[in-house]
Design a protein around this ligand. Structure first.
Ligand code: UDP
Length: 237
C-alpha cells in the first residue's frame, strides 16, 4: 500500500529504524538484527532478531487491542516491519515486575528468581545520558510530566501485565518483567507504544527455568538466536 512505503528516515538506533510514510500520522518501524546492552557498552547481532521482535510485537499488540488496551499498532508490513500511529512519546519507561531480577535484585537485595508478593511498577526517565534513572512522581513533576499521565502509565502497566501474564502462562512462559512506553495521539489519547519482545521482557520457561530473552546476550550465556526463535514459535504457534 502506498501509504505504508518507507519515506524519510526519522530515527536510527542499534535495534530499529523508524521511517516517515506518505501519511504524517503513520510511522514505519523496521527491526534490525543488531543489539546493544548496558547503555550501548556491549554490541552484538544475531539472525532472526528483527523478525522475532517485529512479529512478536505485532501479535501481542493485536492481542492487547482485542482485550481493550489502546496501542499504537496499525499493521504488520512484512516479517521485520510494522506500521504504527505517530505519537508524541512521554519521556517515561514503565517497568513492571512479577519476579525479582536484574536491577530490582541489585536495588533491594533480593535474590533473582524470588516471586514478588504483588507486581511492582517502576517509572524511569527515558534518558541515555542519565542512564534511565528511576524517578518519583515529584521528580517527574519537576520535569513537566503531569500526574495524570503517570497514573495512566501505572494503570496501563498493571493491565498489560495482567493480560500478558496469562497469555504467556498458556505458552509455558513466566513473564518475569517487562518495559513499555506510552505516547499521545493528536486527539490527546494516551496509548501503549514501542515494542514487546525478548529485548524488552524477561521470559523464563515455566518447566526448566531457562531464560528465553535478551539476558542470554547481556550475560554471554550463548543460545541467544535459538531463544528468540523459540519465543517467536511459542507466541505465533
Ligand atoms: N528494559 C528495557 N530497556 C531498558 C531497561 C530495561 O527493555 O532500557 C527491560 C528489561 O529487558 C527487563 C525489564 O525492563 O525486562 C527490567 O530491566 P532491569 O531494570 O532489571 O534492567 P537490567 O537488569 O537489564 O539493567
Amino acid at each position: 500500500m502506498a501509504t505504508n512505503e518507507a519515506g524519510e528516515i526519522l530515527y536510527e538506533g542499534k535495534a530499529k529504524q523508524v521511517f516517515a510514510t506518505d501519511d504524517p500520522q503513520v510511522l514505519l518501524h523496521r527491526y534490525k538484527d543488531d543489539a546493544t546492552a548496558y547503555n550501548a557498552a556491549k554490541r552484538g547481532s544475531w539472525e532472526g532478531k528483527g523478525r522475532t521482535n517485529a512479529m512478536m510485537s505485532a501479535a501481542i499488540f493485536k492481542y492487547l487491542e482485542e482485550h481493550g488496551v489502546p496501542t499504537h499498532f496499525i499493521s504488520q508490513e512484512d516479517e521485520t516491519s510494522i506500521t504504527t500511529k505517530n505519537l508524541q512519546m512521554l519521556p517515561v519507561e514503565v517497568v513492571v515486575r512479577n519476579v525479582a531480577a536484574g536491577s530490582l535484585s541489585r536495588l533491594i537485595g533480593i535474590e533473582e528468581g524470588t516471586p514478588l508478593s504483588a507486581p511492582i511498577v517502576e517509572l524511569c526517565l527515558k534518558s541515555d545520558e542519565l542512564g534511565d534513572p528511576m524517578l518519583t512522581h515529584a521528580h517527574f513533576r519537576e520535569l513537566g510530566v503531569p500526574e495524570d499521565d503517570l497514573m495512566f502509565c501505572e494503570e496501563l502497566g498493571l493491565r498489560v501485565n495482567e493480560l500478558l501474564t496469562s497469555f504467556f502462562d498458556e505458552k509455558g512462559i513466566i513473564l518475569v518483567d517487562f518495559k513499555i512506553e506510552v505516547g499521545r495521539d493528536p486527539g490527546g489519547e494516551l496509548m501503549l507504544a514501542d515494542e514487546i519482545s525478548p529485548d524488552t521482557c524477561r521470559f523464563w520457561d515455566k518447566e526448566t527455568g531457562e531464560k528465553l530473552d535478551k539476558d542470554r546476550f547481556r550475560r554471554d550465556m550463548g543460545g541467544v538466536e535459538e531463544a528468540y526463535a523459540e519465543m517467536l514459535r511459542r507466541v505465533t504457534g
